[in-house]
Ligand binder design. Structure first.
Ligand code: NAD
Ligand code: UFG
Length: 338
């Protein structure tokens, strides 16, 4: 059993990962400022697992408050999810993104160093690959970013690579997530976006539940079989499991490692829509709209390195993801707010 600090542990991926850690017998401490989440997610994780989580309501950008967590707990590792993640919003308010995502990480590194906590998993994103030269995408592909959100992820990766060179006692996993969707099978925890969702699956489930009128499919003239964009959708519970595998790797004293966390399968927007219609049991209204700026035609992972080095392999299908996304939405039409 290890003592794991999870920053942003009340959020979408964080809450599912906290549950996976508790189920593996680890002790979990969460730090979250609830800027994009609700403490109800933590209560529900406790309900599903039958275990308690220690919570600090704290902003990782506040060094003094954040230090308390390290003073009061002897930690074995940190999983750092805390961050702002909306691409469009990052274009409108870039300073907020740079400030939040960078300062929180710099504070974390200072504290980990000071308190001798040497194992870190960081939430990076497939966004760091920009438009890849080909698919599937391998970890050694060139990195390009095109918006402030993506730049914060790449800057943090660069910071961690620099930091690792001069702090060889640190073990750091850069985890590049592809497109997490779905929810825990209990239907008690899931994705609860603020306002109108930006992402495909929460948008579709809100159309299905009657909160939104129709899905706009952004572009049907891409060079893909049905003209819509292709992504690597991964069940959030698989992604959570990927963190458990990455932690095991950190405890082998691995230095800095980088892994894609994806399935290796690409699905188009229309294929996802069909899977969701099957799960919901009725047609979902949609209309083709112009392309969304910044979207790339196809993005999916090579999952081979993560499989070979940490034994991670996604097990859920697109139909499982659709079923669980819908189960969460229909049981929680207003998300955690009721
Ligand atoms: P989320 O918004 O649901 O979770 C992030 C959590 O961090 C929230 O609970 C939020 O309140 C908290 N937080 C933000 N800033 C904080 C701060 N300064 N101090 C304390 N808490 C803070 O997002 P998510 O989808 O769970 O994503 C988790 C991480 O994974 C993020 O870093 C995100 O950039 C990254 N990521 C997400 C996706 C995705 O599609 N969801 C894809 C790639 C990478
Ligand atoms: N899409 C629609 N209509 C919508 C929403 C999305 O047609 O209402 C399409 C998009 O054009 C895209 C696909 O559905 O082709 C997936 O879009 P998402 O917004 O769900 O996901 P992205 O692949 O654009 O972005 C995700 C994360 C980002 C991350 C990026 C790369 O949300 O944070 O993957 O890792 F940067």
């Amino acid at each position: 059993m290890k003592k794991i600090l999870v920053t942003g542990g009340a959020g979408y991926i964080g809450s599912h990962t906290v549950l996976a850690l508790l189920e593996k017998g680890h002790e979990v401490i969460i730090v979250d400022n609830f800027s994009n989440s609700n403490p109800e997610s933590i209560r529900r994780v406790e309900k599903i697992s039958g275990k308690k989580v220690k919570l600090y309501t704290c902003d990782c950008c506040n060094l003094d408050e954040f230090a308390t967590v390290f003073k009061e707990n002897k930690l074995d590792a940190v999983i750092h999810f805390a961050g702002l993640k909306a691409v469009g919003e990052s274009v409108s308010i870039p300073l907020k993104y740079y400030q939040n995502n960078l300062i929180s990480t710099l504070n974390l590194l200072e504290l980990m160093k000071q308190y001798h906590v040497y194992n870190l998993a960081f939430s990076s994103s497939a966004t760091v690959y920009g438009e890849p030269k080909s698919v599937p995408i391998f970890e050694d592909f060139d990195l390009h970013v095109s918006n402030p959100y993506g730049r914060t992820k790449l800057m943090i990766e660069d910071i961690l690579r620099d930091f690792s060179k001069v702090n060889p006692q640190f073990n750091i996993a850069l985890l590049r997530y592809f497109n997490p969707i779905g929810a825990h099978a209990s239907g008690l925890i899931g994705e609860d976006p603020n306002g109108i969702p930006n992402n495909l699956v929460p948008y579709i489930t809100q159309v299905a539940v009657g909160k939104l009128k129709e899905l706009g499919v952004f572009g049907n003239d891409y060079p893909t079989p049905d003209g819509t964009c292709i992504r690597d959708y991964i069940h959030v519970c698989d992604l959570a499991e990927g963190h458990v595998c990455a932690l095991d790797k950190l405890f082998t004293n691995c230095g800095l490692v980088t892994y894609n966390l994806g399935t290796g399968n690409g699905y188009s927007v229309l294929e996802v829509l069909r899977a969701m219609e099957k799960a919901v049991g009725k047609p979902i209204p949609y209309a083709f709209k112009p392309r969304r700026e910044g979207d790339i035609p196809a993005c999916f992972a090579s999952p081979e390195k993560a499989y070979k080095e940490i034994g991670f392999k996604a097990k859920y299908s697109i139909d499982d993801m659709a079923r669980d996304a819908w189960n969460w939405q229909k049981n929680n039409p207003q998300g955690y707010a009721k």
